[in-house]
Every structure is written in structure tokens, then in C-alpha cells.
Design a protein around this ligand. Structure first.
Ligand code: GDP
Ligand code: K
Ligand code: MG
Length: 271
């Protein structure tokens, strides 16, 4: 059966959308090992199951609660992800989106809070985002259900239409990424190796822990040390984790410049 997941920052409208997209039946329990509610529902169009993942700002979890989403991505192989972003805070929300695009499963972007963005004078161009990211981008107002039928029909066609071909160039870090990918090659059942390699280089504790017994961690450490030496020789005084973040932020800057018009944005305290 097809299985989909809602992923995004806290308070972006995931649960509102979950309630609109699913029938009243839902399985409610806890995620393994944590007291975080697990919500799974059946899609209204009979297209499969939908999981409402806990809100996160990054895949690099700070708490056990936050680790649920990273663990889910590491262990499951969802038919597609629905990344819900707050259109009025697009730049901040995209930090997570980049990591989800790199995950290498079909993904669509639900551009929610379009009403809030418009009322603040922030104009986001869904078509431009779609063109630049290479995935479906659906404008939403989850509070009223606007756009939800488009999400449902997209989910039916999802895997083909929403498979991302997203690849940022991490420059000096590319050899380290390739070396980690080579270490991952013999391990079965992993998500896309480039995504796992990037998460390892960024020291994501969930991914490190999951691979503790199957991956040669000393070899990983050596690759990280060599990679950081190369960064320093290239004049970039950063750890690999910092460097990866810098590259992503540079891309997000360009994306926002191209797909967002803030020239008529109203000061926050006047809205
Ligand atoms: P979650 O934390 O991502 O699950 O977000 P929720 O679905 O709980 O929504 C957080 C708050 O934002 C709630 O008060 C919702 O009613 C509100 N909300 C959700 N979507 C929209 C939207 O598109 N526009 C507006 N104005 N409010 C929304
Ligand atoms: K909430
Ligand atoms: Mg919620």
C-alpha cells in the first residue's frame, strides 16, 4: 500500500492538512521509544496512508522527540513526502526542504499560509519554485482546505511526477561525500546514499547511531578529518557540517531571490 508523510517545521499547518486529507479513521499511538503521538490516517481518495510527522526545523535532531522524523526517513521508504512550508516564512522553512529534496524519494511542496503571506505583502511564485526545484509545488490555505484536492490528485500520480533530480554541488566536500558513499555501497536497505553521506558528514546523531554497527566509523572519521583539512587548505575555515550548511544557505538565498517578491512586504508589527 502507498504510504505518504507530511513533513515540515512546527506550526506550518501539517495537522490541519492531515485532517482535511484523511477520513475520520486514524490510528493514534506513540512512536517507538518516545511519548510523541503517532498519527496515521487513510487518504480520502483511497490512495493509501498518510503519516503526520512531528514538526522539525532540521533533520539534525536536538532532542529524542525531534529524532522521530529522521528515524522515519532512515527506516521507511515512503511513496512520497509532502513537505509543508509556511509561505510567509519561506526562507527559514527551506532549510529543511533542501534536506528532504536530497533524500531522493518523490516529494511535493505544499506552499501553505498563502493567505498570511499575501496579507503581509509577501508574494511567492509557486510556478517559479516548481521550475527551480523540479517538483510539484501546490499553493495551500490548510485552514480552509484550499488546495487540498490538488494534493490528493497529485498523490495519485506522485511517484513519477514528484521524483526530484536535485543535486547541490558541495565543491570541496564532494570527494568526502563520494568516499562515504563508497563505504555505504554494500549496506542493504538504505535511503539514497548521497543523502546518508551528507547526513553523516553533518554529524546527524540519528543517522550515525543507526549505522553504528554496520559502518566502519573509524573510516568515516578519517574521511571527515581529511575533508576538513581540504576545506582549510581551500581557505574555508569551517567544519564539513558548517560548509554543507553554507552551501545550502547560498542556494536558498538564490531561490528566494528568484521565486519571492518582498518589495511590498509590510513591517511585521503593523499587520
Ligand atoms: P502543525 O504544527 O504543522 O501541525 O500546524 P497546525 O495544523 O496545527 O496549524 C497551526 C496553526 O496555523 C493553527 O492555528 C491552524 O489553524 C493555522 N493554520 C494552518 N494552516 C493555515 C493557513 O493556511 N492559513 C492560516 N491563516 N492559518 C493556518
Ligand atoms: K501545532
Ligand atoms: Mg501538528
Amino acid at each position: 500500500m502507498s504510504s505518504f508523510a507530511l513533513v515540515g517545521n512546527p506550526n506550518t499547518g501539517k495537522t490541519s492538512l492531515f485532517n482535511t486529507l484523511t477520513t475520520s479513521y486514524e490510528y493514534v499511538g506513540n512512536w517507538a521509544g518516545v511519548t510523541v503521538e503517532k498519527k496515521v490516517g487513510d487518504l480520502k481518495n483511497g490512495g493509501g496512508q498518510l503519516v503526520d510527522l512531528p514538526g522539525i526545523y532540521s533533520l539534525h535532531p536536538l532532542s529524542r522527540d525531534e529524532s522521530v522524523a529522521a528515524q522515519y526517513l532512515m527506516e521507511e521508504s515512503p511513496s512520497a513526502l509532502i513537505n509543508i512550508v509556511d509561505a510567509s516564512q519561506l526562507e527559514r522553512n527551506l532549510a529543511l526542504s533542501i534536506q528532504l529534496l536530497e533524500y531522493g524519494r518523490p516529494i511535493m511542496l505544499g506552499l501553505n499560509m498563502m493567505d498570511v503571506a499575501e496579507s503581509r505583502g509577501i508574494h511567492v511564485d509557486p510556478l517559479k519554485l516548481e521550475e527551480l526545484l523540479g517538483i510539484p509545488v501546490i499553493p495551500l490555505v490548510a485552514r480552509t482546505g484550499k488546495g487540498s484536492s490538488q494534493i490528493l490528485s497529485m498523490l495519485k500520480e506522485a511517484p513519477a511526477a514528484a521524483m526530484p533530480e536535485f543535486k547541490l554541488d558541495y565543491g570541496t566536500a564532494e570527494p568526502a561525500i563520494a568516499e562515504i558513499e563508497a563505504l555505504l555501497a554494500p549496506i542493504p536497505g538504505l535511503p539514497q546514499h548521497r543523502w546518508v553521506a551528507l547526513q553523516l558528514l553533518a554529524q546527524n546523531p540519528v543517522i550515525l547511531q543507526t549505522l553504528e554497527t554496520t559502518l566502519n566509523m573509524n573510516a568515516v572519521k578519517e574521511i571527515v578529518m581529511r575533508g576538513e583539512t581540504e576545506l582549510q587548505q581551500a581557505g574555508q575555515k569551517a567544519s564539513l557540517a558548517d560548509w554543507i550548511r553554507t552551501v545550502r544557505n547560498g542556494y536558498i538565498d538564490k531561490l528566494c531571490t528568484a521565486a519571492m517578491d518582498r518589495s511590498s512586504q509590510k513591517p511585521h508589527n503593523l499587520t
